[in-house]
Design a protein around this ligand. Sequence first.
Ligand SMILES: *Cc1c(COP(=O)(O)O)cnc(C)c1O
Length: 404
Amino acid sequence: MSARRLPDDLHLDTLAVRAAVDRSQYGENSEALYLTSGYVQPSAEAAARRFAGDEEGFTYGRYGNPTVASFEQRLAALEGTEAAISTASGMAAILMMCLALLKAGDHIICSQSMFGSTIKLIGSDLAKFGVESSFVSQTDVSAWKMAVKDNTRLLFAETPTNPLTEVCDIAALAAIAHGAGALLAVDNCFATPALQRPVALGADIVMHSGTKYLDGQGRVMAGALCASQELVTEKFLPVLKSAGMTLAPFNAWVVLKGLETLDIRMRAQSAHALDLARWLQDQPNVQRVFYPGLSSHPQHTLAMAQQGGVGGAVLSFEVRASAADQARARAFHVLDSMRLLSLSTNLGDTKTLAAHPASTSHGRLTEAQRQAAGIQQNLIRVAVGLEHLDDVKADLARGLETLT
Ligand SMILES: *Cc1c(COP(=O)(O)O)cnc(C)c1O
C-alpha cells in the first residue's frame, strides 16, 4: 500500500510518529488495527493482477496486511532503508534472511558472541542443509577478514552483543563483506535506530527483534529485516509467502505504536544504564562491569562514535567470587534477593529485568561455545528500565551486600 502523502525530508522523530499506510475512509488518527486474514477483491481481473504482482493490493494475510505494512514503513523510515519486511519473531527474521540468501555450499561468517539462538540456528540447524558457517571474534576485524572464503555470501554481526555488550566496527565489516562480494547484515536489536543506523555505516540488511525495544513494554513478539526494495521484494517476500513466518496484525500494531516513543525511551533508559553501571563499578562485591558507555569498556571510543554517544540500556556485571565453584551460587543469590526487578531473560522493557545468561539465554550452548563467548557463571545481565534508579540500586544491593 502506498505511503501516506507526507511532506518530503521529515526528521526521524516525525517519521517515528507519522510514517504509515494511508488512513482509511474513516479518518482514524491512531493507525487502524486490521484484523483480517483475507481480502475481498474488487474484480476477478484485479485479483489476477494482484496475485501476479502487477497491481498493488492485499490478497491474503500470510502475504501482507495494512497494519503490518504501516509497521514496516515506519521501521524502514527509521533505519533509512527503502523497505522492510516483518516476521513473527526476531529469530524468524534471521531464518527468513538465511533461507532467502543462502543455499547448500554457501558460507556465512558470524561473531562467536552472537545471541545464543542465532548461534544455534546458523551453526546447527542450517548446517543440516549444507550451509557452512564460521564463528569469529566479535572485536577482531582481521579474524573476519581471514574467515572469508570463495563461497562466503553473508557476514552477520550484532552490536552491542548480548550479554557482554561487545562492539564491532560496522563500517570495517561492511568493507570486508563488499570486498568479498558478500552482504553484511547487522542485528540492531540492542542499539535500535534511535542510537545506531547500520545502513548509514555500510550494512546491507538490518535485522530486528521487535520483541525488544521496538515494542518497548514487553508485550508481543515481532521481527523484521530492513533492506533495499530489491532484497525485500525479490528475496525475502517469496520466503515469507511460502514459509509463512508472518507477523500477526495485532503484534504489528503494538510495535508500530511502540516506535512512536522509541527515541525517548532509548535515551532515558540508556541514561539510567550509564548511572547504574557507574554505581555497580563502585560496589565491593562486583568484579567487573560491561557497558559500552563506561570509559573502561574496551571498545568505548568505537561504541560512542557508532551509537551517537549513547551506550544503550543493557549492561552486565560479574559478581565477585574467589572460588570458581561458588560463582553460580553467588550470582543466583543476587538474583534471588531481588524484590523489585524482574528475574526475566527478556530485554527492552520499561521494567528492569535481570537474568543469569549462562543458565538461561546461553544455556543451550556447549561449555566450549559459552567460554568462547566469555559468558561466566558469575555473570548477571541487567536490561535497565524506567523505574527510579534508587529503587533499582537498592534491589541489587539487597543481594550484593548479603553475600557471604
Ligand atoms: C531477542 C533477540 C533475538 C531474537 O528475537 P526474538 O524476537 O526473541 O525471536 C535476536 N537477537 C538479539 C540480539 C536478541 O536480543
